[in-house]
Design a protein. Structure first.
Length: 506
């Protein structure tokens, strides 16, 4: 069902009524705006907060999703779109399978080329033109088909993709040719992603393994200039590859020009899985993003959690999506960046850019990064170490203000019918931004989290990693050397502290 955005009055109401009837006939789960069966429902609604963003399907054939403030939301039913897909996919969805997330990352804006890349994140390509980017994503769950979201959310220019491909990884930069194939967008091999938009590929039928490596190739004809809005995620902690010139999408062996450890232009990967598959979203800062974990080992705490869930659940584990951003805060966009980069000797990006590097605040990005994930059922929040540590002098939020931010997160997640669990804040005495006043705020915040009952459950990460003899510090073997971020062993201990039965609750 396609609704004319220019229709007014009675005609629009009639079209909306017909579309709603069609959508409800296909899906009655009531989730909005993105249901577990792939239905996106739009109607006459406004967000109350002008800072919130909304996904809207553009009218172009490329199914380009534009982030912005819109009065109307379109209705696009995946079950209707499935008519143009293969019969096996339609049969699979009829048999009770839905699109759910197996991997995701939070896009941010690439900072100025003058900014030195933080440890483990670069150096990154300054501009990609007529080259193929080969990127590795590690799945949490498997499925019978896959589709990929390509983003130009922070782009200042159109992102031109000449070809794209998905496959299983063979070794290093080599791919297996036994599964996968070209990614198409509304049936086309090439797609132009407008600045501020993203596109979702057509499905590719292939067996996607749980805890496996997918290889996604993008032949980038031209991209947004770095420092003026290229979209990426800094801490990929995974070796990715940039080719020499030309289209090498789908080539078994890639002619590698250079490697890097960030993800460019990717925001999520979805698989077709049983309709009762839970999906867990981890919302956090650098400790969720995996800072200081060993690259290419998938040693973030959400990675260890995914392994535990696969071992427990066999072929039907929940998906685990990591939406952490290093330096992120609940209350402030990109705040504290100058302090952190000054400490590391690097130059900050322009302060007027709220999306660079550390991203929008958790409150600002909740809709886009968390609630829009397909199939999401549970949310784990581990945020506010940076609200405490990176705020200083006049910019210091009170404990009450930090708690109020978390209460808003809880209310908005619960309004969608999802479970939300809170993580206590780990100690950070010895870190560069530790202050005694910050320690007192951390203790007060953790006490509120443990005793208030505000979250549906509490995961005591603090207790899992602190030194019993000096509880304001990490255990020596659980910290990475900076007394702020866990070691691989510390990340593993955090995952072990999570009660897996929490994800049996709906």
């Amino acid at each position: 069902m396609v609704i004319d955005a220019g229709a007014t009055g009675l005609r629009r109401r009639l079209m909306w009524t017909a579309a709603a009837r069609e959508a409800r006939a296909l899906c009655c789960c009531g989730s909005d705006p993105v249901c577990r069966h792939g239905v996106v429902i739009w109607g006459p609604t406004r967000y109350a907060r002008p800072t919130l963003k909304e996904l809207s399907m553009k009218e172009s054939g490329s199914r380009s999703m534009h982030y912005g403030h819109f009065r109307w939301r379109q209705v696009v039913c995946a079950a209707v779109l499935a008519v143009v897909c293969s019969l096996p996919l339609a049969a699979a969805q009829d048999a009770g399978q839905i699109w759910v997330g197996t991997w995701a990352t939070a896009p941010v804006m690439l900072p100025s080329p003058a900014a030195e890349a933080p440890q483990g994140r670069g150096p990154e390509p300054l501009r990609i033109r007529d080259q193929t980017v080969r990127q590795i994503v590690h799945t949490s769950i498997g499925g019978s088909a896959v589709r990929v979201a390509v983003t130009n959310l922070f782009g200042s220019e159109p992102l031109e993709i000449g070809a794209a491909h998905v496959a299983l990884r063979e070794d290093g930069a080599s791919i297996s040719t036994d599964a996968g194939g070209p990614l198409r967008f509304a049936g086309q091999a090439a797609v132009t992603v407008a600045a501020g938009s993203m596109v979702l590929s057509d499905p590719v039928v292939m067996g996607v393994p749980a805890l496996g490596d997918l290889v996604i190739d993008l032949h980038v004809v031209s991209d947004s200039a770095a420092g003026n809005g290229a979209t990426y995620h800094a801490a990929g902690l995974t070796t990715n590859y940039l080719s020499s010139g030309g289209n090498h999408a789908g080539a078994a062996a890639l002619p590698v020009d250079r490697t890097f450890q960030s993800w460019f232009y990717l925001s999520r990967v979805e698989v077709l899985a049983p309709e009762d598959t839970p999906v867990i979203v981890a919302l956090g800062d650098s400790i969720t993003d995996g800072t200081a974990s060993t690259p290419d080992t998938h040693s973030r705490w959400p990675d260890f959690l995914a392994r535990r869930l696969v071992a427990r659940s066999g072929n039907l584990p929940p998906g685990v999506l990591n939406l952490g951003i290093a330096g992120n805060r609940v209350l402030s966009d990109n705040a504290g960046l100058g302090l952190l980069l000054r400490n590391s000797g690097a130059s900050p990006p322009p302060p007027s850019n709220p999306n660079a590097q550390f991203g929008r605040s958790a409150l600002s990005r909740l809709d886009d990064d968390v609630l829009s994930q397909p199939g999401v059922t549970h949310v784990i929040v581990l945020e506010s170490t940076n609200d405490i540590g990176m705020a200083f002098e006049s910019d210091t939020p009170t404990v009450e203000e930090i708690i109020a931010g978390h209460v808003e997160l809880i209310e908005r997640v619960r309004a969608r019918g999802l479970k939300i669990y809170g993580g206590t804040l780990a100690p950070f005495e010895g870190a560069f931004y530790h202050r005694e006043v910050g320690e007192q705020k951390r203790l007060a915040f953790n006490e509120w989290m443990r005793t208030s009952g505000a979250y549906d459950a509490v995961i005591d990460f603090d207790a899992a990693v602190r030194d019993p003899a000096a509880p304001s510090k990490f255990r020596e073997d659980y910290q990475s050397g900076d007394w702020l971020h866990p070691s691989d062993a510390g990340y593993r201990a955090m995952a072990q502290a999570i009660d897996l039965e929490l994800f049996d609750e709906r």
